[in-house]
Ligand binder design. Sequence first.
Ligand code: SF4
Length: 241
Amino acid sequence: MFFRRDAKAVQVAARLAQTAYRDGSSALGPKLATMRSGEVTPRAVVVGFYRHLDDAMGVLRLGTACQSGCDYCCYYRTVASPMEVFAIREHVMSLDGPERERVFDQLAQNLETIQPLTPDQHNETNVPCPFLVSRHCSIYDLRPVACRRHHSVDVTPCNAAFHDPRTSDRCPQFPEHLAIADGYNFAQYVELREHRLDARVYELNAALHGALSDPTAYPRWLAGQRAFPDVSDVQKSPRRI
Ligand code: SF4
């Protein structure tokens, strides 16, 4: 649901989306070549890309209801590109033993829950993100565009959706914020395709499991093949997330 649906807000959002696409492409495109040659890792690439995105959103100074410790949206189905998933994999592999174990255990529990579900059923089921710790995101700097895109102008419907995930109530959102995130996300998709890399959008738990359990996943992605062929919850390109 848009917070403001007036024609001017939609016009502004369309212009912001175009600018965001252009800026996102220039922030990401040149870095992908260095990643493919092994000079930098996906984590280094996405951190720079996300910094641009956060700066673009920050300029708007929109007053959202989102606050530290509010985690209702971290039980939603979340998606990410292979580049984002491999960046998170780097983070997981850098964790100390107990914390890495905790992520692996939560991931295993989540996979058991979501494997029999369709994407729509998953959307109607609260599943805690494996990176949610004490109601905070433990990978805040590395959270995917899908998480950065999500926000709410009012916490009441977020609370209602958490307690009844089948509710049709949706968090009211700013079209300008969505437009910038979508512009950057589309830029990511186009740039990955330009570099002949799989740019599909995968369900986060399943894709991360693939990245962590299959050592051939990253070289396969760099070789231009499908990063996570066993993941069934996948979209060919970004759509509203
Ligand atoms: S990555 Fe972080 S922000 Fe995104 S769902 Fe997980 S805990 Fe929440």
